[in-house]
Design a protein around this ligand. Structure first.
Ligand SMILES: [Fe+2]
Ligand SMILES: [Fe+2]
Length: 395
């Protein structure tokens, strides 16, 4: 049984949490605190496995509280519940929390977050991964354009024109978004050249994901490695994002979950760009090793770097405070069995989409995992979906 402490200054919300969580009495023992000081006193009395805090509170805010919790009780997992507009602040607080639940709070999301927290938290704290991240020339900061889009979408007066205007400020990102809008995957009948039209056609949520991945993509300048093509990687990411989302839609997942799968699919191999950018010689060595030894790239990376591109990308996205579902899908896209979450999720979709969009993909699929979460019989259907998308793309 897990001990969980909730910190929330809004009395009504706090009461609501109590009621929602009463359902989970067998799994969690919950305590409630109306503000930071009370929370710290409760922690002093006995340890908690998880501390879930609101961001905006009078007196001590969520970051200040969790920073204190991290210092005094490093073994407690720390979760912040906040609106998307707080993400920049969350990103500043690198060490205090890396799990983030967006408002409005949903008990289902909390439940799956708690299920995944153990495995993901331990994974991102791995010394070898931290060591590798420390070797990066620079860890890019939270993409500002993405943040502006989030703010615009959340604002009362948000409009497609305003979003398109933000996008249009960066020609590289605009080009990437138009490229996606015009890919056959979106089935648009006429060619789109105007960002306003692209936003209209793709929808704000998709544009938000695209801005994030395009901005991450363009923040790296990978050296010219003979065995690595950044353009080919981008094409692979587009395919995976599209297929991962389609898979979850077929499984009738919720809208937000399917969008997470799209974002994670678009980001899952960003670690390769990071390695090619910061440590090109060693990355080249890993590529060569994978080829000569006929082993998966992740295995070669582990030999050369002690960690993999999957972990590295997840580490960065975790630092930025992206939702746990996305970080998890990126972290475990080659090893879904490492996640504690045993149900069909964005991780499942990205794992399958990645395997299908690589040659000889069948080997990379973890059939045991798919059987364990009860979707082994869906595989043929998904394979057909992948083939259909592939045909559309080729058309
Ligand atoms: Fe990968
Ligand atoms: Fe991949």
């Amino acid at each position: 049984m897990k001990r969980i402490l909730f910190v929330e200054d809004n009395e009504l919300l706090l009461e609501l949490y109590g009621i929602l969580l009463a359902d989970c009495r067998d799994e969690w023992e919950t305590s409630l605190a109306p503000e930071g000081q009370t929370a710290l006193k409760l922690l002093q009395q006995s340890p908690f496995d998880v501390v879930v805090s609101d961001m905006q509170m009078p007196g001590m805010n969520g970051i200040e509280l969790l920073t204190e919790v991290a210092r005094l009780y490093p073994q407690s997992s720390r979760i912040i519940i906040s609106g998307f507009s707080d993400q920049a602040i969350a990103a500043d607080s690198l060490n205090c929390t890396h799990l983030f639940i967006p408002k409005p709070f949903d008990v289902k999301i909390l439940r799956s977050t708690l299920a995944r927290i153990g495995s993901l938290d331990a994974y991102l704290k791995d010394d070898k991964l931290r060591g590798l991240a420390g070797k990066m020339r620079t860890l890019p900061s939270f993409p500002t354009l993405y943040l502006e889009i989030i703010k615009e979408i959340e604002s009362q007066t948000s409009s497609i024109q305003a979003i398109a205007k933000i996008v249009a400020r960066d020609p590289g990102i605009t080009a990437k978004i138009l490229q996606v809008a015009n890919s056959a995957a979106f089935g648009l009948s006429e060619k789109v050249n105007d960002p306003v039209e692209a936003v209209q056609q793709l929808g704000m949520t998709t544009v938000r994901s695209l801005v994030l991945s395009a901005q991450v993509y363009s923040s790296f300048a990978p050296g010219r490695l003979p065995a690595f093509s950044a353009d080919a990687l981008w094409a692979h990411l587009m395919k995976c994002g599209d297929l991962a989302r389609t898979i979850l839609r077929r499984e009738r997942a919720e809208f937000a979950e399917a969008e997470d799968a799209f974002t994670a699919g678009m980001l899952h191999d960003m670690g390769k760009l990071m390695l090619a950018d910061s440590l090109p010689d060693q990355f080249n060595e890993a590529l060569a090793l994978a080829k000569s030894e006929r082993i998966p790239l992740t295995e070669a990376e582990r030999e050369v770097f002690g960690a993999t591109h999957a972990g590295l990308a997840a580490y960065l996205l975790g630092l930025w405070g992206l939702p746990a579902a996305i970080v998890e899908a990126v972290a475990f896209h080659h090893s879904p069995e490492q996640s504690d979450l045993k149900q069909c999720s964005a991780l499942t979709a990205v794992h399958v989409a990645n395997a299908f969009s690589n040659q000889g993909g069948a080997e990379a699929l973890n059939l045991e995992y798919l059987a364990e979460i009860g979707v082994a019989d869906r595989l043929e259907d998904w394979r057909e979906t992948a083939a259909e998308l592939e045909m559309e793309l080729g058309a």
